[in-house]
Write a protein that binds this ligand. Structure first.
Ligand code: ATP
Ligand code: SF4
Ligand code: MG
Length: 358
């Protein structure tokens, strides 16, 4: 489990300048009747130093959102509406060279499978050196000796034991956890303002996962980087993040301070996700999955996408016929937003959740 942080003196989620603004972003794959809308009209802002979790079931659009931000959508995927501002600059307004430079210096991506980031035929030293040259101003003019020392120090910072030996190895010679540490070292080689981590520890065993999350949290704090941390595991988010966006069928359905959302989820889908996390301190309860299946994202949207599975709104006319907006909640902190027509009914009679374990 990850150790809890001391409460920050100021809340970075309200006072710090934005490092990422996603505005009404829609991402699609393919064309014509089979076109899949993977991300639909998503807006979110991440501020300097903020740790934002993005959670949702498989297929909810997390990876499509993460890849659209730095322009790394897989084949067939494209942004069909909306825009992305990094450090308040619209990437589309920049020349290709300035765009690449800004993305390199400001945004780093860590994928679930570190082999995506690593070249199988180059040594770890060569690949980490290249990341340092790309991300640190002036590093191109460094001597070989100085670069070697920097690579070793960076690997040690990412808790790679025997870094001098590992530098001479190739990706296939390392364990999955070690490869992910190398990929993280490459992502944090500079002082990037935003790290996007897409399920960075999902493929690892629980003990390695906890160690790597703790290390990742330390290295991003040392650089004051913000992070968008994507996972299907709300328990991990609740321990790692300040704020959370819950995605369902390509839309954000709830967002707010992580502790508040986990303690008192207001959207019926978030309530279902949280009910599925084992309780740490409360009485033993049976874990409850969310019955039903997510919708086909190639089908048109005519109401709330969660309606067929919703314990509150199933069969209710407004839920079937009108797409709910992501609205702020009167009487709660201004950071809390929920996409639900019947949010008052959804929260009635629910006791706040007990502490959860990762
Ligand atoms: N390259 C692609 N071509 C066609 N459809 C795609 C492609 N990539 C993703 N999709 C579709 O887009 C939707 C969202 O997928 P995405 O991978 O973004 O979800 P996710 O939340 O990251 O899921 P997971 O938790 O399984 O990683 C899904 O319906 C998926 O099938
Ligand atoms: S809008 Fe209706 S169907 Fe959708 S989550 Fe809210 S209550 Fe459920
Ligand atoms: Mg994914």
């Amino acid at each position: 489990m990850i150790a809890a942080d001391a409460t920050p003196a100021v809340n970075p989620c309200t006072v710090a300048p934005p490092v990422l603004q996603v505005q009404n972003l829609t991402v699609a794959y393919g064309h014509g009747p089979g076109r899949v809308i993977a991300v639909r009209d998503v807006s979110l802002t991440i501020r300097a130093g903020e740790r934002r979790g993005v959670v949702g079931e498989s297929g909810s659009g997390k990876t499509s959102l993460a890849r659209a931000i730095p322009g790394l959508l897989s084949r067939g995927g494209r942004v069909v509406a909306g825009r992305v501002l990094v450090a308040s600059r619209d990437l589309r307004d920049l020349s290709p060279r300035a765009n690449a430079l800004l993305r390199r210096s400001a945004v780093s991506v860590i994928f679930q499978d570190p082999l995506n980031a690593l070249d199988p035929v180059r040594s770890i030293r060569s690949q980490v050196s290249e990341a340092i040259r790309l991300r640190r101003p002036g590093a191109r003019r460094q001597s070989r000796r100085r670069m070697r020392a920097d690579v070793e120090a960076l690997l040690e910072e990412c808790e790679i034991r025997d870094a001098a030996r590992v530098m001479g190895q190739y990706p296939h010679e390392l364990s999955g956890g070690m490869r992910q540490r190398v990929a993280i070292a490459m992502a944090v080689a500079g002082d990037c303002t935003l790290i996007i981590a897409d399920e960075p520890t999902t493929a690892l065993d629980v003990a390695t996962q906890a160690e790597i999350l703790q290390m990742l949290r330390r290295v991003i704090a040392d650089r004051s980087s913000a992070i968008m941390f994507i996972t299907h595991n709300l328990a991990v988010v609740s321990q790692f993040c300040d704020t959370v966006s819950v995605m369902y069928a390509g839309r954000v359905v709830e967002e707010g301070p992580c502790a508040e959302v986990v303690r008192d989820p207001l959207h019926p889908y978030s309530q279902g996700l949280i009910a599925a996390i084992p309780s740490l301190t409360g009485p033993r309860q049976e874990l409850v999955g969310i019955p039903g299946e997510p919708p086909l994202l190639s089908e048109p949207e005519s109401g709330c996408r969660f309606e067929p599975r919703c314990r509150v709104g199933h069969g209710v006319a407004i839920c079937r016929e009108q797409v709910p907006g992501l609205d702020p909640l009167p009487g709660r902190s201004g950071l809390r937003h929920v996409r639900c027509h019947l949010v008052d009914r959804a929260s009635v009679g629910r006791a706040p959740a007990p502490a959860r374990e990762a």
